[in-house]
Design a protein around this ligand. Structure first.
Ligand SMILES: [Zn+2]
Length: 74
């Protein structure tokens, strides 16, 4: 009887720990996804063809991948 109760207690403890780890993992992952969301300054709108593209390398002038025209940040 004692051994059954003990193993039940151990399994309950393990389940509790695992659910806590899972909860923390999901919580931190959601926060990371929020941090990884794209910065608005990297989103460029072409003034010639109105094409929306992403450029994280340059911050003053970028070249539109569709029409090849230069775009300056306003
Ligand atoms: Zn363009």
């Amino acid at each position: 009887m004692i051994s059954i109760d003990f193993s039940l207690a151990i399994s309950l403890y393990i389940i509790l720990i695992l659910s806590a780890i899972l909860f923390l993992w999901i919580f931190t992952r959601r926060q990371k996804e929020k941090d990884l969301s794209l910065d608005p300054k990297f989103i460029w709108h072409c003034s010639v063809c109105t094409y929306t593209y992403i450029n994280t390398k340059e911050d003053t002038i970028t070249i539109c991948p569709r029409c090849g025209s230069y775009n300056k940040k306003t």
